[in-house]
Design a protein around this ligand. Structure first.
Ligand SMILES: NC(=O)C1=CN([C@@H]2O[C@H](COP(=O)(O)OP(=O)(O)OC[C@H]3O[C@@H](n4cnc5c(N)ncnc54)[C@H](O)[C@@H]3O)[C@@H](O)[C@H]2O)C=CC1
Ligand SMILES: O=C(O)C(=O)Cc1ccc(O)cc1
Length: 322
């Protein structure tokens, strides 16, 4: 941003897809960093990132990327754990390591990876994070500078976390227009298992079950808006969700089991024609969903639910900022 002093010289983004590309674009637009550099193992998305004006430059050298002030891991969840270990091993003895952070959807596996790489002590320069914003799309071409605006970002600092590192990561996300909250790692993984990972598993399961049924052609031909709304997230990237399901196994199993028990109760109500039971479940759920929709509207995410989750129809495509 012309005339504004950048908070840091360089932010390096590892994994320039939807999430990394949107962060890069937002930070460029806000002037938070003087320079945004992409890092990856192959240059395809990185070259595209420069073309789109999302990043200033890129490197395939991890050592070079680690010269940045902040190194943000935005790769799929299981890759993130391996990369985090490489990065921690390379920076542990450094006098001036970059602040390391990430955007992955599960935090427990990264916390364990960090402890493993650092002989059981949590590194002070690591701040694990998770933006609660995104969509079913992936890749740098889907990046949006306003993806995080008015959305929450969860940071999970530990007792060992350096206060200045935490403040820097907090400021980085605030510069994207997000609201930053802090949470315990286990709590994060339990809450996200229920509100994000379970719904994705259910959407994939429903679409897969119907697609494999004998009447699938007819079923999809007559599916209406409700089916489309319920199943949008089954268009999400299978690699990303495979990684999330594996990384968050205990919490996701708990969420699936609780939901299965609830579905079993609903099944019994349908079987026995328990009109009161069905009516009270649906009434409770409607009230909860209406409260949720109202709170989204209040937080200023636009007039529709679609805007709240960053659907493509509402996406502002990245314009070249060169
Ligand atoms: N898509 C979403 O709505 C959200 C995703 N997340 C998390 O953010 C992370 C990134 O997700 P997206 O941006 O959606 O995925 P994406 O597929 O759009 O981008 C991932 C990027 O990582 C790179 N990558 C893959 N394997 C790599 C490797 N071995 N080494 C280096 N780079 C590699 C890819 O080339 C790509 O540029 C994931 O951990 C995901 O769980 C978090 C919040 C929302
Ligand atoms: O597409 C959607 O509605 C999402 O739920 C986006 C999303 C995906 C993964 C996350 O960890 C957080 C948000």
């Amino acid at each position: 941003m012309p005339g504004t002093q950048a908070r840091v010289a360089t932010v390096a983004i590892a994994g320039l897809g939807l999430i990394g590309g949107s962060l890069a674009a937002a930070l460029r637009e806000s002037g938070f960093a003087a320079r945004i550099v992409g890092w990856g193992r192959r240059d395809t998305s990185l070259r595209r990132g420069v073309e789109l004006g999302v990043i200033d430059a890129y490197t395939l050298s991890l050592e070079e990327a680690l010269a940045a002030d902040i190194f943000v891991i935005c790769t799929p969840t299981l890759v993130a754990a391996d990369l985090l270990q490489d990065v921690l091993r390379l920076t542990l003895d450094s006098d001036r390591p970059p602040v390391i952070t990430d955007a992955a959807s599960v935090k427990g596996n990264l916390q364990r990876a960090a402890l493993d790489a650092c002989d059981g002590s949590f590194p002070a320069h690591l701040v694990l994070g998770h933006p609660i914003a995104g969509s079913e799309r992936s890749g740098v071409d889907a990046a949006q500078a306003d993806l995080y605006r008015d959305h929450r970002v969860i940071l999970t600092p530990q007792a060992e976390t350096d206060a200045a590192a935490l403040a820097l990561v907090r400021d980085m996300w605030l510069a994207t227009g997000a609201e930053v909250v802090e949470m315990d790692v286990a709590r994060h993984d339990a809450v996200l298992a229920a509100t994000s990972h379970l719904p994705h598993v259910l959407a994939y399961a429903l679409v897969d079950a119907l697609a494999r049924s004998d009447a699938s052609e007819e079923i999809f031909r007559f599916a209406a808006g409700g089916f489309r709304d319920f199943t949008r997230i089954a268009s999400s990237d299978p690699v990303m969700w495979r990684d999330i399901a594996i990384a968050n196994r205990p919490a996701l199993l708990e969420a699936i089991d609780q939901f299965s028990a609830h579905l079993g109760e609903l099944r019994a109500a349908v079987e026995t024609g328990d009109a009161d039971g069905l009516h009270s479940t649906f009434t409770r759920a409607k009230a909860a969903r209406d409260r949720f929709a109202a709170s989204l509207a209040e937080r200023g995410k636009g007039s529709s639910d679609a805007a709240a989750v960053g659907q493509p129809e509402t996406a502002k495509r990245i314009q070249s900022q060169e």
